[in-house]
Write a protein that binds this ligand. Structure first.
Ligand SMILES: Nc1ncnc2c1ncn2[C@@H]1O[C@H](COP(=O)(O)OP(=O)(O)O)[C@@H](O)[C@H]1O
Ligand SMILES: [Mg+2]
Length: 254
């Protein structure tokens, strides 16, 4: 477990620097597992807190369990929890666990799970960070945009593009939104702490498209190309008739 009193000694890699210094309305870091996304998210958040003292900020996760691991319970022996990190940088965090917020010197952080999107409403924040964003429904991203809109704040999305789903729809096909976004992509091994032997094992054992998504951060198509089909966002209604299954195209999934 990281001692909260240990000074932080970390030098960012290029992908992390791009995240932390990004000044666009939206910043999307789709990058390899273990590449240092969550760590960069901490620093991005701290930068916004200290630049805009007294404002509130939102941190979202796909599930309460993941939220608890990143914010509260040390699991990764190397990476501090968000609370420990805030201690280390002198923000003197006070955790209000039940109500879901952290009181800090520079402002308040509300933490929420995509399991209950109504919890995301209620306050206008200066920044919103969603970790493992691709595991969240598109509604989480829309909430983050809404909650930061009034103050023309900042949205950070960090994740591994394991589920491609709405990433293309919102951040590439939607050209207005795409123009507000800085897209950052880096592999797991951009992190000097990521063992190249582990990367090689993944490369040899995973289907190439999956490796490219999970370890290179690419929006790779299952067949191996990098094309997108509208069908990916379609929900199929299956009909069983005369001993055969037929697919009827349904609505766009969210
Ligand atoms: N620039 C860096 N240099 C050295 N170690 C790093 C760096 N960035 C992150 N780490 C460490 O690498 C591990 C993985 O980082 P993390 O931010 O959890 O990655 P991700 O969220 O991309 O899976 C953690 O133990 C973290 O402390
Ligand atoms: Mg992470």
């Amino acid at each position: 477990m990281t001692d909260p009193n240990t000074p932080i000694n970390i030098s960012w890699h290029g992908g992390q620097t791009s995240i932390i210094t990004s000044g666009t309305r939206i910043t999307t870091a789709k990058a390899g597992q273990g590449g240092g996304k969550t760590t960069a998210g901490y620093w991005w958040l701290l930068g916004r807190m200290q630049r805009f003292p007294g404002e509130s900020h939102l941190v979202g996760f796909p599930t309460y369990r993941l939220l608890a691991r990143v914010i509260l319970n040390p699991v990764d022996s190397e990476r501090p929890t968000l609370i420990q990190f805030l201690e280390q940088v002198g923000e003197h965090p006070i955790l209000h666990k039940v109500e879901g917020w952290i009181e800090c010197v520079s402002g308040n952080i509300l933490f929420v799970s995509a399991e209950n999107l109504t919890h995301w409403d209620g306050s206008h924040v200066k920044s919103a960070w969603i970790d493992e964003f691709d595991e969240c429904p598109v509604g989480a991203f829309k909430r983050a945009m809404e909650r930061t809109r009034m103050k023309q704040g900042y949205v950070l999305l960090t994740g591994t593009p394991r589920h491609v789903r709405w990433i293309k729809q919102e951040l590439i096909t939607n050209t207005v939104q795409a123009a507000m976004n800085t897209m950052i992509t880096f592999p797991s091994t951009a992190n000097p702490a990521y063992d190249p032997v582990a990367m090689e094992e993944a490369r040899l054992t995973m289907p190439s498209w999956e490796f490219r998504r999970i370890h290179l951060g690419e929006l790779a198509e299952a067949e191996g190309g990098n094309l997108f089909h509208r069908n990916w966002w379609m929900r199929s209604e299956m009909v069983f008739e005369g001993g055969n299954w037929y697919a009827e195209a349904g609505e766009l999934t969210s």
